[in-house]
Write a protein of this length. Structure first.
Length: 310
């Protein structure tokens, strides 16, 4: 019975009906007394959907394959780095130096001079050799016009050169068409001589490999363009400080060309006169090729036609 319930004490001699009343009162009190509510704890339902075991297995396989690919990529990168380091070490080791070097195409230049100029006699590293710089250094040699340097692994370098062709003897040196001094001329050189004309000061020539002074350039140009038919008739090419050119002829006379313009026409006019006119020792002026002049005396000049029957 609850503690607040009031019970009626049974008095002596009340009889059985009192007991029945007490029981009824107790029953009523039990029905009306407050009760603790019944609480049912319900477990929360799982929000995660059920996963198909096959999908879970596939997910794990994909993740494993991704990890394997990453591992393979990492392994390949490590191998590449190690291989590169080994290659650099081998290429820069004494195992790959220039042990054999040879040149071809040289005539006037010694092979040893070519190889020394290209830096090939000191056994440089094959990988460290600059082919461009080596070729440029070789081309600075007086006779060399072009040079090509190439590697032949593992230890050989091959140099192919083209030499310059002399066209004239300027003062006492062989000179090519560009005006480059090649070397001192031999005692007999089958080339026309280019000299400063009488009365002018002749500048000295630079050493081989350098370029002649500008005053000699017109003479070299005349020699380089002169036709073969005229060469046997010319003894020397004489240049003046003003850039004009005079030819000393083998017959003892001379021909004034003037400047170096229209040289082909001037040569043709001079050849026509020499073939058709007995000029003797009279100088010829073809500086105006369309109107050549035969200087028969210091005070008079005759215009000579270059046409047939002129």
């Amino acid at each position: 019975m609850p503690e607040h319930a009031v019970r009626t004490r049974r008095r002596a001699g009340t009889g059985w009906w009192r007991d029945a009343v007490d029981k009824a009162v107790d029953r009523v009190e039990n029905l009306t007394a407050p009760r603790a509510p019944d609480i049912t704890v319900v477990a929360p339902a799982s929000t995660a959907p059920d996963v198909d075991p096959r999908m879970e297995q596939r997910r794990l396989e994909v993740r494993a394959e991704h990890n394997r690919r990453r591992l393979r990529a990492l392994r390949a990168a490590v191998i590449a780095v190690v291989a590169a380091l080994l290659a650099v070490a081998v290429l820069h080791s004494p195992l790959l130096v220039v042990r054999r070097a040879r040149a071809s195409g040289e005539v006037q230049t010694a092979e040893g001079d070519i190889l020394r100029a290209g830096g090939l006699t000191s056994h440089p590293l094959m990988i460290g050799l600059s082919l461009t710089r080596s070729a440029a250094a070789i081309e600075r040699l007086p006779w060399i016009a072009t040079a090509r340097v190439r590697r032949s692994w593992p230890d050989t370098v091959i140099v192919t050169v083209t030499e310059r062709v002399p066209v004239a003897v300027v003062v006492s040196d062989l000179v090519d068409v560009s005006g480059r001094v090649l070397s001192p001329a031999p005692g007999f050189a089958p080339l026309l001589a280019v000299r400063i004309d009488t009365g002018a000061k002749a500048p000295a020539l630079p050493p081989p490999g350098a370029t002649i002074p500008a005053v000699y350039r017109p003479g070299v140009q005349v020699v380089a363009t002169m036709p073969a038919a005229l060469r046997p008739r010319v003894q020397a090419v004489l240049v003046r400080p003003d850039g004009t050119v005079r030819l000393a002829l083998t017959n003892g006379t001379s021909a004034l060309l003037g400047d170096t313009t229209a040289l082909a026409a001037k040569f043709e006019a001079l050849l026509t006169i020499l073939e058709r006119v007995d000029v003797g020792r009279a100088p010829i002026d073809v500086s105006v090729p369309s109107a050549p002049v035969l200087l028969t005396s210091p005070a008079a000049a005759a215009t000579v036609s270059t046409h047939t029957g002129g």
